[in-house]
Design a protein around this ligand. Sequence first.
Ligand SMILES: [Zn+2]
Length: 159
Amino acid sequence: MGNKILVPDTSAILTGSMNLLGENLVVPSGVIYEIARGKPARILRDQEEMLKIADPEEGNLIKVKEQASITGDLKYLSSTDIEVLALALEKNGTIVTNDYSIQNVAKSMNIAFEPCGMDPIAEEIKWVFRCKGCRKIYEENIKECRICGHKIVRYKKVE
Ligand SMILES: [Zn+2]
């Protein structure tokens, strides 16, 4: 696999399907915390020492948050997800994830990603936001309807 840097998210590691030996793996410390928290200790013991930990610069975290806000994925990303994206941006790495929101933001930022045992999304998803009450469509991601105050749900936009 040469010098290709892989940045797996927490679930990619926990699936156990990644070959961690001989790979150039880097994760943000958030991933280590998530693995440690309530997950099988066996996985942590076996795998943690193979993972290099690096935390992304603040500026890259901000870039990712800004872009995720534009694509509408921000509220679906954990702080660890954002760290994974920022780290891959910084290291020119390839994210390993099955999380559609991470994949979507990665695609929009030209960050390479690959799935862990399933197909990646074929194209970038655009989201629309629709009120559960009056069904008004919003292009931007808001919490509640400006007209009737009901909850907003997001949908994939059909082109
Ligand atoms: Zn409404």
